[in-house]
Design a protein. Structure first.
Length: 296
């Protein structure tokens, strides 16, 4: 397990990556910082131990010419913002080009986002994101509308047939607003499961794969000391009908479970109670994945 970076370490990595980008792309057109004040605040925060956390994210534009013979005149621009937690969390990037239709742009950006979620956690990744755009962006221009809407609907269908269960681990969950978000978002996305606040925090959600992924992308954007997916289950369903999905569920609703051990602040959950609850639901083996011990 990697130890979590502190905000200052993340800021230092951002500064060195920005320096690298400006030395690699010295011409105005290739790398443009759109908010100099944010960069100044970031550098100040890194250099002065007493400095306040920066108030706004660093934002910049990378302009990329893809290597495609017939697209010599095309430029793709990547509007980038670095969240304070970057590189622990992926960067926010939107690719635009005059040649992209609205649906092509949406398609390109959602594929890029998937790439970032899978490949950019904990390491600076602006160069690999730029490479990805350079190699892949031009292909989206040629995707005819008919085929892209057709493949989008096929993709929707195939997505709908995957049932996913995510087991999320957090260092702790106390914050009332976060606890409310977990419940509200799960309901909105038709996910079932449970959330156990306290220390550690455990959240399980199950339902359509696309809904679970949306839930995770919202949850991980909140500020956490540490949060990760401890285990993930994916089941391909034939046909993906509502009844099939219902059959896979081990939980009927999404509720908050407090296995309160010591009463006081309700911090430390009684893990024995959690184990018995998981056992009831046929998920006892998960306990060991979370806590590395046999439950009893």
């Amino acid at each position: 397990e990697t130890t979590r970076m502190t905000g200052r370490e993340e800021a230092e990595m951002q500064v060195s990556e920005l320096d690298l980008l400006s030395s690699m792309f010295p011409y105005d057109k290739e790398f443009v910082v759109t908010d100099q004040l944010a960069v100044a605040e970031l550098k100040n925060y890194v250099e002065n131990p007493s400095a306040e956390m920066p108030s706004s994210k660093v934002q910049f534009i990378l302009n990329v010419k893809p290597e495609v013979s017939n697209a010599s005149m095309v430029e793709f621009s990547m509007a980038c913002a670095l969240p304070f937690r970057y590189p622990t969390v992926p960067p926010e990037i939107t690719v635009r080009s005059s040649l992209l239709s609205r649906s092509q742009q949406v398609h390109l950006n959602s594929d890029l986002k998937m790439y970032l979620m899978e490949n950019c956690c904990g390491e600076p990744c602006m160069l690999s994101a730029r490479e990805w755009v350079k190699d892949h962006a031009a292909a989206y221009v040629d995707k005819e509308l008919s085929s892209s809407s057709e493949s989008a609907s096929n993709a929707m269908q195939s997505e709908d047939t995957i049932f996913t269960r995510l087991w999320i681990y957090s260092h702790h969950i106390y914050n009332k607003q976060k606890r409310k978000n977990i419940i509200d978002w799960a309901k909105e996305l038709s996910l079932t499961g449970f959330s156990m606040p306290g220390k550690p925090g455990v959240v399980c959600v199950e339902g359509l794969q696309s809904s679970c992924e949306e839930f995770w992308s919202r949850i991980r954007r909140l500020t956490w000391k540490r949060i990760l997916i401890r285990h993930r289950e994916d089941v391909s369903l034939e046909g993906g009908e509502h009844a099939e999905i219902q059959k896979q569920r081990k939980f009927s609703t999404l509720e908050e479970k407090c296995f309160d051990a010591h009463g006081t602040r309700g911090n430390h959950m009684d893990l024995g109670q959690l184990y018995r609850f998981l056992e009831e639901k046929g998920c006892a083996d998960i306990f060991q994945m979370y806590f590395g011990v046999e439950g009893h």
